[in-house]
Design a protein around this ligand. Structure first.
Ligand code: HEC
Ligand code: HEC
Length: 282
């Protein structure tokens, strides 16, 4: 074989190999892109999870379960299926999350269910609104939340199931263990705080320079000779005051102002939660 012939053969071989390589590469391109996207998404979710843990779980719960009567769940079927229709949002859920998280919420859109606390109920998170997070970090948070989509439980149905029947007016009824954090949310959601904290329509719950908080007064009242009720403990006095407000009227206040039907509207658990909260107000 002459030198020229050899060079031509090698040239042909080289072109053939390069073509084969390019075809192989081209055929695999969609797969590689998909793998790359999957990898990017996994990375975003991972970073989002860390950011969620630091910034969001205090209100929305470690698993996105929220706090009943206070902060909304995000890991919730309703959030992925009906929430956009409910608020009249025409964009994607990702846009809704990014927009809400970036600018925060001044007031709750569902004050009866998730009133939050203080104003704003959720602070703004984006740097451009004075928050601590960059836009790419907020996109990662959205990726993390959207990753709950396929497994999100139906918490609305669970809540209704958990709720159970109204508690009634028997103050000797054994109540379940109460949760003071939920109780605080309920006291706001059920309107108690309006009369007992925001305005002096009812006896003040929080301690003032003149008198201790409701928990201490509930203790003291048991030995007061003017007390006309049947409670034996502070918790039972609170139970009685809520479901049978007219058995004993707190001096300086009028009968008939405090709604007398809470036994028909609160469940055992809700009542227990509110009492647990009141017992922390010494
Ligand atoms: C101080 C408590 C608090 C913190 C912290 C908080 N949120 Fe919120 N979040 C709320 C409240 C309250 C709402 C409004 C609920 C409503 O309007 O019904 C809300 C609403 C939302 C919504 C819209 C939910 C819906 O159903 O419309 C998203 C999404 C959200 N928060 C994500 C986040 C993320 C992500 C973080 C962390 C960066 C975060 N939140 C931190 C209290 C908080
Ligand atoms: C419309 C105003 C109003 C609302 C709403 C209201 N209360 Fe009252 N509450 C009063 C008044 C007035 C009294 C004092 C008269 C009496 O003893 O019934 C009172 C008394 C009480 C007492 C006894 C207080 C003490 O100092 O000994 C408790 C406990 C109580 N309320 C709890 C609640 C809870 C819990 C709720 C919500 C589930 C609630 N109240 C909602 C007006 C209200």
């Amino acid at each position: 074989m002459s030198r020229v012939q050899l060079e031509i053969s090698l040239g042909i071989l080289f072109v053939a190999l390069t073509s084969a390589l390019l075809i192989w590469y081209g055929l695999n391109e969609p797969k590689r892109m998909a793998e790359y996207e999957l990898h990017q998404r996994a990375k975003a979710i991972e970073v989002g999870a860390e950011l969620y843990d630091i910034n969001c779980k205090g209100c929305h719960g470690p698993q996105g379960e929220g706090v009943v009567g206070l902060w909304p769940p995000l890991n919730d079927r309703h959030f992925f299926t009906n929430r956009l229709t409910e608020v009249g949002w025409s964009g994607t859920l990702e846009d809704y999350i990014i927009s809400t998280v970036s600018s925060g919420r001044l007031v709750s859109t569902r004050p009866d269910l998730y009133p939050g606390q203080g104003r704003p109920v959720m602070p703004a998170w984006a740097e451009r609104y004075g928050g601590p997070l960059r836009d790419d970090q907020i996109r990662n948070l959205a990726a993390f939340i959207l990753n709950w989509k396929d497994t999100a439980p139906d918490r609305t149905a669970q809540m209704a199931e958990m709720a159970g029947p109204p508690t009634g007016t028997d103050i000797n009824k054994q109540l379940p263990e109460g949760d003071p954090v939920r109780g605080q949310g309920l006291a706001a959601a059920k309107g108690c705080a309006v009369c007992h904290i925001s305005a002096p329509t009812g006896p003040a719950w929080l301690a003032t320079p003149d008198q201790p908080g409701i928990a201490t007064r509930a203790e003291e009242i048991l030995t007061d000779p003017n007390y006309t009720g049947n409670a034996k403990t502070a918790a039972q006095y609170l139970h009685e005051s809520i479901v049978l407000p007219n058995v004993y009227i707190v001096p300086g206040f009028q009968a008939g102002v405090m709604p007398a039907n809470y036994g028909d509207t609160l469940t055992d658990q809700e009542l227990a939660d509110i009492i647990a909260y009141l017992l922390t107000l010494k």
